[in-house]
Design a protein around this ligand. Sequence first.
Ligand SMILES: [Zn+2]
Length: 273
Amino acid sequence: MMNSSIKILAFGAHPDDCDISAGGTALLWAKAGCKVKFVSVTNGEGGHHEMSGEELVARRTAESQAAAKIAGIEYLVMDNPDGQLVPGLEQRWKMMRVIREFKPDLILTHRPNDYHPDHRYTSQLVQDCAYLVGVPNVCPDVPPLRSEPVIAYFQDNFQKPHPFHPDVTIDIDPVYEEKIQMLHCHQSQFYEWLPWIGRHDIPVSNDPEERLKNLRRFARPFSEPKEEAQELLRQRYGEKHGSGVQHAECFEGCEYGAPLNQEAIRRLFPLPE
Ligand SMILES: [Zn+2]
């Protein structure tokens, strides 16, 4: 059983990124009594072809809150314009305050190489905060962290400069339908924006059951355990259980922050004893 005092802070660039990459693990953490906070570093106002501005921000914030309610977690949508994130000092300090106020044991974010500049710079900002969160004279209006968080990356498929390598793989089968329900809250994305911009080719239906069926199809590749992940699942969950896992979320340690060693993996992630 996990120590329920563990706190997890996830930074995605947009108000659905954390859900896609870590929604299942967040559900497991929350069920173990841990405090989880998802942060969208931008306000999501870039993610639509018909809506924009405040109207879209309000809609996406409400979608995020609905997803958070399903998971039993907190969700913060920051007020930075979507598509315009720059990893400068102002943003670094904004993120620093979020980290210091929450006092996480574990921080999750994108990897630094990614197609979307907001994803890249979110990752860059987390890395820029990694050491400085403990330095009292930097951003002195919030007290520094006295214990260094572990930082880990979400999974992606980018191959350069090096492909994603899972250090931790979590079986999310027990909560997979709940994760789908979380994604289903982001209606503006999965049923409107993403099909329009061509990030997926699933048909858009008005029938709620049909929508969910299509969403499951879209979400499948994000949690399909690849070879390395399958190996980790067998190691952690045993041969029989591990080989049967259908849906998993994987994380890779960042070199900064506290090390993601075996002790940290056991302490921080919802894994069997
Ligand atoms: Zn995104």
